[in-house]
Design a protein around this ligand. Structure first.
Ligand code: IPE
Ligand code: IPE
Ligand code: MG
Length: 246
């Protein structure tokens, strides 16, 4: 199923924050008898598509899961291919992202990246600062559990130093220590390649997010697939634990 921009504009409210687990690159390559890194490279086109689609649709925040903490356990050759692609992406796309008014943020344990990849990533963050049409969060070396542990650690340090009282540790206080501090939770989560799990992604933030799973493999994902996910979202009845509005 795919949908058009017209359809979603007519249908209802556009989600403010959309998060995507970009999955299926390896299988896409396997189906073609290609090495896994060819799938990752092909996935760059889909990243471009989904960003353009998000800007067109008027989505405010797009969060893309690019590399998980657990992905460090993949073979070194695959990791180095992924880092190479990330570096190329950061260098090649910068001008286009600025033109589209996209502001890039990188969330995750960025210290674990090698020096060259890290400076390319820092370059795209600095180079796109001030973009006003879309905030793009690239989740790199990210783990939802680790993010919560990090927040707990930071709050504990504040308690130890006397600047925070244990009673002041509220949901808002913890949220404030997450990588996504200050951002609204995702309204919609998309996972490609048909897997029915969250794989340690945004565990805190997804509490009431609507989930759309598509069998499409990430390199084949198009803006029409994004619009189809938005249309699916627009048909949902978000109750947040309450009874439906009468
Ligand atoms: C998603 O595709 C990209 C990353 C996790 C980095 P995969 O590499 O997980 O592809 P599959 O799931 O093996 O097909
Ligand atoms: C999740 O995909 C991580 C990213 C998309 C970056 P994985 O392919 O790593 O997840 P599992 O192993 O299928 O759960
Ligand atoms: Mg996968």
């Amino acid at each position: 199923m795919s949908a058009s921009l017209e359809e979603i504009r007519l249908h209802g409210a556009i989600p403010r924050h959309v998060a995507v687990i970009m999955d299926g690159n390896g299988r896409w390559a396997g189906e073609r008898g290609l090495p896994r890194h060819a799938g990752h490279r092909a996935g760059m086109r889909a990243v471009r598509e989904v960003i353009e689609g998000a800007v067109e649709a008027g989505i405010d925040i797009l969060t893309l899961f690019a590399f998980s903490t657990e992905n460090w356990q993949r073979p070194p050759s695959e990791i180095s291919a992924l880092m190479g692609i990330l570096k190329i992406y950061a260098e090649k796309e910068r001008r286009d992202l600025v033109r589209q008014g996209v502001e890039v943020h990188v969330l995750g344990e960025v210290d674990r990246l090698d020096g060259v990849t890290r400076s390319a990533v820092e370059g795209i963050v600095q180079g796109t600062a001030g973009g006003e049409n879309l905030r793009l969060n690239l989740m790199i070396s990210y783990s939802g559990r680790e993010e919560i542990v990090r927040a707990a650690r930071r709050l504990s340090e504040a308690v130890r130093s006397g600047s925070v009282d244990p009673e002041d540790i509220t949901e808002a206080a913890l949220e404030n220590e997450l990588f996504t501090a200050g951002l609204p939770d995702p309204d919609l989560l998309i996972r490609t390649s048909g897997e029915l799990r969250v794989s340690n992604f945004m565990l805190w933030q997804l509490a009431y997010t609507e989930i759309h799973i598509t069998k499409v493999l990430w390199p084949d994902f198009s803006r029409e697939d994004l619009f189809a996910a938005v249309l699916d979202y627009q048909r949902r009845d978000r109750r947040f634990g309450r009874v439906p509005a009468s």
